[in-house]
Design a protein around this ligand. Structure first.
Ligand SMILES: Cc1cc2nc3c(=O)[nH]c(=O)nc-3n(C[C@H](O)[C@H](O)[C@H](O)COP(=O)(O)OP(=O)(O)OC[C@H]3O[C@@H](n4cnc5c(N)ncnc54)[C@H](O)[C@@H]3O)c2cc1C
Length: 392
């Protein structure tokens, strides 16, 4: 297994349970869950948004319940706090109707259309003209979840080797000879869950990925009072269906802190979290990829608007007031950012569903964006079933 994020660890657990054979996870960083898993919103998604029948819809529904059960079994806080999706104006209404329909088709029995008065019983400071209440949504700390998964892998006889970066894989009779920065390793099969590096790991396994990872920064604002006190749980906009991102939302975390985010702007370093982080290799990889320019040409104004909001507190506060009118620019401060491993096709389309490719002795997870943390246990089982067929 390459990658000690939540998808890699959940897959290792599922593989170990399905095959009864020990699994070795190699993780480049000194700890697990350092990248996407450690920089997300911490929302256990309901599965409201995803195209019925898609892998995302199926694995999110299955994974959500598995995640609540895993947290309960491991003493990890995971309240089912529910969320409110807010239609800010008339233009949002047809999309809210479609979300309600999708929610029902995806098996969410609790989804309820709410009037402005009902919305304000749930979130007293919210604006908007209509909403959907989704009681199935929850929140947790995915770092704690990933650490518990790593402990379970070890307890089941497997290994999680940190500071051990995958370098290459060479076919040998009966499997693969793998090179890592911490020494060689023999394996019957390799599963690539390397997140932001997954396309590069796939190429090193002689698998040509149909996509390229284009990293997108997702920046969060921290809110101080009085604006923070305007948020009880989770407040989401109606998402723009052209993008797989859910839009900037408000979240009261388990420790009581309130954040708003994430936006979506190109990142010039796949694993650089500072505001002006730059990796020449990563930046050139994006700039020389035709898919990136085709994507930029498809949505020029969206990109510019996201940049403006990233640079200006005032512009961000203006956008946030569509959901919660009382938010003040003075109460926003830069909080942190996460970087999404977004797979982009050469024609500029963003991969919407999870993408899993198979090589002769390898399986590659090439697009596992949100809700992959929620769905991780179900993704793990799905990959274990694929992997089991490829093993001698
Ligand atoms: C801003 C943001 C908000 C999000 N919010 C949510 C949310 O609220 N709910 C939700 O369900 N999902 C959310 N997501 C999505 C979720 O966080 C990811 O889908 C999930 O964490 C992906 O897990 P992963 O294991 O694939 O990737 P990662 O967590 O990135 O793990 C990949 C691992 O591979 C390792 N690696 C890379 N290259 C190598 C190598 N050569 N050798 C060894 N190891 C290597 C990395 O160090 C890393 O630890 C969000 C994502 C972002 C970025």
């Amino acid at each position: 297994m390459v990658g000690g994020g939540i998808v890699g660890l959940a897959t290792a657990l599922a593989l170990q349970r399905a095959l009864g054979r020990p699994v070795v996870v190699v993780e480049a960083e000194p700890r697990v869950a350092v990248h996407q898993t450690g920089h997300n919103s911490g929302v256990i998604h309901s599965g409201l948004y995803y195209k019925p029948g898609s892998l995302k819809a199926r694995l999110c529904a299955e994974g959500r319940e598995a995640m609540f059960a895993f947290c309960a079994a491991h003493g990890i806080e995971a309240p089912r706090c529910g969320k409110l999706v807010v239609a800010a104006d008339e233009e949002d209404l047809p999309r809210l109707d479609e979300l309600e329909r999708r929610g029902r088709e995806n098996g969410l029995a609790g989804v309820k259309r709410v009037t402005p008065a009902e919305m304000r019983e749930i979130e007293p400071a919210v604006g908007g003209i209509a909403g959907l209440h989704v009681p199935e949504t929850g929140k947790t700390d995915f770092i704690k979840v990933a650490e518990a998964m790593a402990a379970d892998v070890r307890a089941g006889g497997g290994e999680v080797r940190t500071e051990s970066a995958f370098l290459s894989a060479r076919p040998v009779p009966g499997g693969l000879a793998i090179a890592t920065t911490a020494g060689p390793l023999d394996a019957a099969l390799l599963v690539n869950c390397a997140g932001l590096q997954c396309d590069r790991v796939a190429r090193k396994c002689r698998v040509k990925p149909p996509i390229r990872i284009v990293p997108f920064r997702g920046e969060y604002w921290g809110l101080s009072d009085p604006s923070a006190s305007l948020v009880r749980h989770l407040i989401y906009p109606v998402p723009d269906p052209r993008f797989p991102f859910l839009g900037v939302h408000f979240l009261r975390h388990l420790d009581g802190e309130v954040t708003a985010g994430p936006n979506a702007i190109p990142a010039w370093a796949r694993e650089g979290y500072r505001r002006f982080s730059l990796s020449p290799r990563d930046a050139l990889g994006t700039l020389l990829y035709p898919g990136f320019w085709r994507l930029a040409l498809r949505h020029p104004f969206t990109g510019l608007r996201e940049f403006a909001r990233s640079l200006s507190r005032r512009a961000s506060a203006h956008a946030l007031r569509r959901l919660v009118p009382g938010v003040r620019a003075a109460d926003l401060r830069y909080h942190h950012c996460g970087i999404r491993a977004q797979a982009v096709f050469p024609d500029g389309r963003l991969a919407d569903d999870f993408v899993i490719e198979e090589g002769e002795r390898s399986v590659h997870v090439l697009n596992a964006p949100s809700p992959a943390a929620t769905a991780s246990l179900a993704i793990g089982r799905h990959i274990a079933a694929i992997a089991a067929k490829r093993l001698p």
